[in-house]
Write a protein that binds this ligand. Structure first.
Ligand SMILES: [Zn+2]
Length: 256
C-alpha cells in the first residue's frame, strides 16, 4: 500500500520493524474542536468523520479496520493483551494500555494533553501503547505496561520507548489534591513537582520517564517528543483549550 502523504501524521523511528506514529490535526480550519484528523469514537465527534479518518489511516498502514485496536480509555490502569484479531470490543472498554506480540496490529492511544507512551521490544516482538494522564501516572500504568510486556517475553533492557505530544509542566497547573497524591508516589521530587508563580505544577512527561527507568527501561532508550499539546492548540488537540468534547491526538504502534 502506498502512503498517503496528505495524512497529518508523524512517524518516529523506534525500531527497524516497528512503526510508531502520532497524528496532528492537519487543518487550517479551527472552527470546531473536532476539526482535523480524529479517530476517537467516545468524545462526541461525528461518526462519519471518525470513520473517514480511520479509513485513511488503515489505508496508510496497509491494514483493515479490525487490525486497528482502539480502547475506550477511562484513566484506569487496566491493560488489554491483544492475542487475536478481531478482538472482542467489549474487552476494550475501561482499558488504558494495550500490549501485543502480533504483527500487523496497530495499538492506538488517544490523548488531548495526557501522555501517550509507545513501547517496543523488537527482539521479543512485543509492542505496547499506554495512556498516562495524572491518574494513570499516579497508578504507574507505565511500569505496569512494561511488566505486561515482560510477561510476554520482553526484556526491559531492550525496550525502546517514546513519550508523545502532551501537556508540558508549565501548562499543567494542578490543585492540592493532585499534589498530595503525587507526593505519596514521588515524594518531594522537584523534577516532577514544580512551582510557577507560586502555583503547583506537575511534569507528567518526566514522571513517566522516571517510572519507565524504575521499571528497567534504559534512559537512553527513552525519547521524549518535547511537544506540548496545550502550547500548540492549532496543531494538536488539547482538552484544556478545546474542552473534553474535542478530538484527540492518536498515537499508535505496529510491528511488521
Ligand atoms: Zn505547554
Amino acid at each position: 500500500m502506498t502512503s498517503n502523504t496528505t495524512l497529518p501524521i508523524r512517524e518516529i523511528a523506534l525500531a527497524p520493524s516497528v512503526r510508531a506514529i502520532f497524528s496532528k490535526r492537519g487543518t487550517d480550519d479551527h472552527s470546531n474542536p473536532y476539526a482535523g484528523f480524529n479517530i476517537c469514537h467516545y468524545t462526541g465527534d461525528d461518526t462519519q468523520h471518525i470513520d473517514e479518518c480511520r479509513q485513511q489511516l488503515c489505508t496508510h498502514l496497509g491494514i483493515n479496520a479490525e487490525q486497528l485496536i482502539i480502547p475506550r480509555q477511562t484513566h484506569s490502569t487496566n491493560i488489554a493483551v491483544i492475542d487475536s484479531v478481531p478482538f472482542d470490543p467489549d474487552s476494550l472498554i475501561d482499558v488504558d494500555a494495550l500490549v501485543t506480540n502480533l504483527k500487523g496490529v496497530a495499538l492506538v492511544i488517544n490523548t488531548a494533553d495526557c501522555v501517550p507512551i509507545l513501547l517496543a521490544e523488537e527482539n521479543a516482538g512485543v509492542i505496547a501503547a499506554a495512556h498516562s494522564g495524572w491518574r494513570g501516572t499516579f497508578g504507574n500504568i507505565a511500569a505496569k505496561t512494561v511488566q505486561k510486556m515482560v510477561e510476554l517475553g520482553a526484556s526491559p533492557l531492550r525496550i525502546k520507548a517514546y513519550i508523545g505530544p502532551s501537556i508540558c509542566w508549565e501548562c499543567f497547573e494542578v490543585g492540592n489534591d493532585v499534589v498530595l497524591k503525587f507526593r505519596q508516589v514521588f515524594g518531594y521530587n522537584r523534577d516532577i513537582l514544580k512551582f510557577k508563580h507560586f502555583k503547583s505544577h506537575i511534569d507528567l512527561q518526566e514522571a513517566c520517564r522516571q517510572q519507565l527507568v524504575k521499571a528497567g527501561v534504559v534512559n537512553n532508550n527513552i525519547t521524549l517528543s518535547g511537544i506540548c499539546s496545550h502550547c500548540n492548540p492549532k496543531q494538536y488537540f488539547t482538552a484544556r483549550t478545546h474542552g473534553i468534547k474535542s478530538g484527540r491526538t492518536a498515537s499508535l504502534i505496529i510491528q511488521e
